[in-house]
Design a protein around this ligand. Structure first.
Ligand code: ADP
Ligand code: MG
Length: 612
């Protein structure tokens, strides 16, 4: 059997912007996949450090900065998103960084020389994820679905949207994290049911109960603890290890930041290993001294039992609020890295009296679900199932090693196309059908997918035989190739299965190496998109100017709208979509108060419709 990959060219990505870790994912055919960074890591720690000069440091690289430069390194910024200064007094006590004086409604974090708002910090994480995806997919990524906790209020959601905008992402939708988790498991396909999503991450615990009816998820209740998670386990193990080290070495290392950080990393490694093994060792060396301690799972479970138990109360409260009993819960989904701990899994199973879903990586399921939502939206927004397209052209090798493309790149599937070929030699009775995938002109530069012989062709003078080759890609992405002798009706076929044989790099290289001008295509699509949006907002603005609300604006406000509309008119024929976008944004901004005033009129919906 032959393998073929259909990598979705659809650039809508799904992002889990987490407190501890963030991930980006996209659809590959019908399956979501997490996109790793260039270092191969699938998770980007949600840590940002701002050096006095040069680019911000994000992710794993910023981890070291937590020790070296704590005053200009931010973590857990999600806790500050969309909050006012008064809301976060307690939180701030736990952070090493400070907020700028005089900021009341908007928090500004002082990071070395600079001050940044939480959405700006989050935007740096999003930028990193976007860059990772762009590098892996080999194309610009501009549209995203971002997940948020179900309990996030409007301000927190808006702040998340802003972060996306700042990062250069068009946030098509914010999706609740538990909903994303359920989507990742395909639970939407069951149409009806009650789903509990138990999410124990690094620093937060969330329990959500969802009701699914007719494919729509409704959050019945949420509960949790904003300061409960893997960090608590780490802190407890660290405290014990520090005491242990002190008694063994006769030296307290707890005042040395670097020593503490190294020991913390060692206990985290042991903790994570204990999810898969019955014992693990904490290995720590510092200034020539070595410490080594074996921890059994039994000991570990004794140490963390109360932490695990602290998640159960919120679960019971959540069921009460949702007005469901454990018997009424159809599915339980585990989310968050800390649910890898076997003791957590069994506690959940006992409480809900149901075996939880664990097939997917718990720290990836939210991102995977976001990618599923992104795929759904890509289909809806573009008015076609963009999910189901062929990423690369498919064809056969013909005379001279040249490729004859039969199904072109980006064709929606299911797709079917055929072509008729002939023989090159007098009396030829068989032809080799060589199926290739790629954008290059010569078969040797494309990926070979299948070869098969069509034998027993009626002997004919060269050029007289009629060989009909048909390609069919079915809805599952499976390629069927059929070759048929037009005179005898003799037929031969193969099926090419969609598995993931090509790496992202290969696809990227193939697209780049092609004469297909992927970049130009992309620019043209962006330009067309920008003009469509420009048309929509100009029409809406013209309508709004006839609305009574128009007269309620000040002269300055009216002038600003007129100016912005004129500028967009001028930018419209520009070849650079970003110039058009900039004016669309500007017009969007100045028509904002107008839109608000027309809240109850039909015109409003026309205008607001262009704001998404
Ligand atoms: P968040 O949603 O808060 O961003 P994650 O879902 O990525 O966080 O969870 C991070 C937490 O999961 C960390 O505390 C990490 O140590 C923990 N974790 C990851 N893998 C394991 C494992 N194998 N066993 C136990 N805990 C783990
Ligand atoms: Mg999470």
């Amino acid at each position: 059997m032959f393998q073929i990959e259909f990598d979705s060219p659809d650039s809508v990505v799904g992002i889990d912007l987490g407190t501890t870790n963030s991930l980006i994912a996209c659809m590959k055919l019908t399956k979501p996949e997490v996109i790793p960074g260039e270092d191969g890591n699938r998770m980007v720690p949600s840590i940002v450090s701002l050096p006095p000069e040069g680019a911000p440091i994000v992710g794993n690289a910023a981890r070291a900065e937590l020790i070296d430069h704590p005053a200009r390194t931010v973590y857990s910024v999600k806790r500050l998103m969309g909050r006012g200064v008064a809301d976060v007094q307690e939180e701030l006590k736990l952070f090493p960084f400070h907020i700028a004086e005089g900021s009341e409604s908007v928090i500004r974090l002082v990071l070395g020389e600079k001050t940044l708002t939480p959405p700006e910090v989050s935007a740096l994480i999003l930028r990193q994820l976007k860059a990772n995806a762009e590098a892996a997919l080999g194309m610009p990524v501009t549209k995203a679905v971002i997940t948020v906790p179900a309990y996030f209020n409007d301000a927190q959601r808006q702040a998340t949207r802003d972060a996306g905008r700042i990062a250069g992402l068009d946030v098509l939708r914010l999706v609740n994290e538990p909903t994303a988790a359920a989507l990742a498991y395909g639970l939407d396909k069951r149409k009806q049911g009650v789903i509990a999503v138990y999410d124990l991450g690094g620093g937060t615990f969330d329990i959500s109960i969802l009701r699914l009816h007719d494919g729509i998820f409704e959050v019945l209740a949420t509960n949790g603890d904003t300061h409960l998670g893997g960090d608590d386990i780490d802190n407890r193990l660290l405290k014990i290890a520090l005491e242990d080290v002190a008694s063994e070495w006769g030296e307290d290392v707890s005042h040395y930041g670097e020593a503490v950080q190294t020991l913390r990393a060692a206990v985290i490694r042991a903790k994570e290993a204990l999810s898969f093994a019955l014992s693990a060792t904490v290995d720590f060396t510092w200034h020539g001294k070595a410490y080594r301690r074996e921890i059994t799972r039994e000991l570990f479970e004794g140490l963390i039992r109360d932490i695990v138990d602290r998640t159960l109360g919120p679960c019971r409260d959540c069921m009460k609020d949702a007005d469901v009993t454990p018997e009424q819960i159809d599915e339980v989904v585990l989310v968050g890295g800390s649910t890898r701990i076997p003791m957590v899994r069994s506690a959940v199973e006992v409480l809900f009296r149901a075996r939880p879903h664990t097939e997917l990586n718990p720290d990836e399921v939210v991102a995977l679900g976001a990618a599923v939502q992104a795929g759904i939206l890509a289909g809806t927004v573009e008015n076609q199932l963009l999910l189901d397209v062929t990423p690369l052209s498919l064809g056969i090798e013909i005379y001279g090693g040249v490729v004859s493309k039969i199904i072109h790149r980006n064709s929606t599937i299911p797709a079917s196309a055929g072509e008729t070929f002939t023989t090159g030699i007098d009396g030829q009775t068989n032809v080799l059908i060589h199926v290739v995938q790629g954008e290059r002109e010569l078969a040797k530069d494309c990926r070979s997918l299948a070869r098969f012989d069509l034998k027993g062709i009626a002997p004919m003078p060269a050029g007289m035989a009629r060989i009909e080759v048909r390609f069919l890609i079915d809805a599952n992405g499976i390629l069927h190739v059929t070759a048929r002798d037009g005179r005898t009706g003799l037929e031969q076929s193969v099926e090419v299965k969609p598995t993931y044989g090509l790496t992202d790099e290969q696809v990227e290289a193939m697209i780049e190496a092609s004469i297909d001008h992927a970049e130009e295509d992309y620019q043209a699509a962006q330009l067309a998109g920008a003009r469509i949006d420009a048309d929509a907002i100009m029409t809406a603005t013209a309508k709004a100017q006839k609305n009574s609300a128009w007269l309620s604006l000040t002269d300055e406000e009216r002038q600003a709208v007129t100016d912005a509309a004129n500028r967009l008119q001028l930018a419209y024929h520009h070849e650079d979509h970003q110039i058009i976008r900039a004016q669309i944004d500007r017009l969007n901004e100045v028509t904002h108060s107008l839109a608000e005033r027309m809240m109850n009129t039909a015109v409003n919906s026309a205008l607001k419709g262009t704001h998404v």
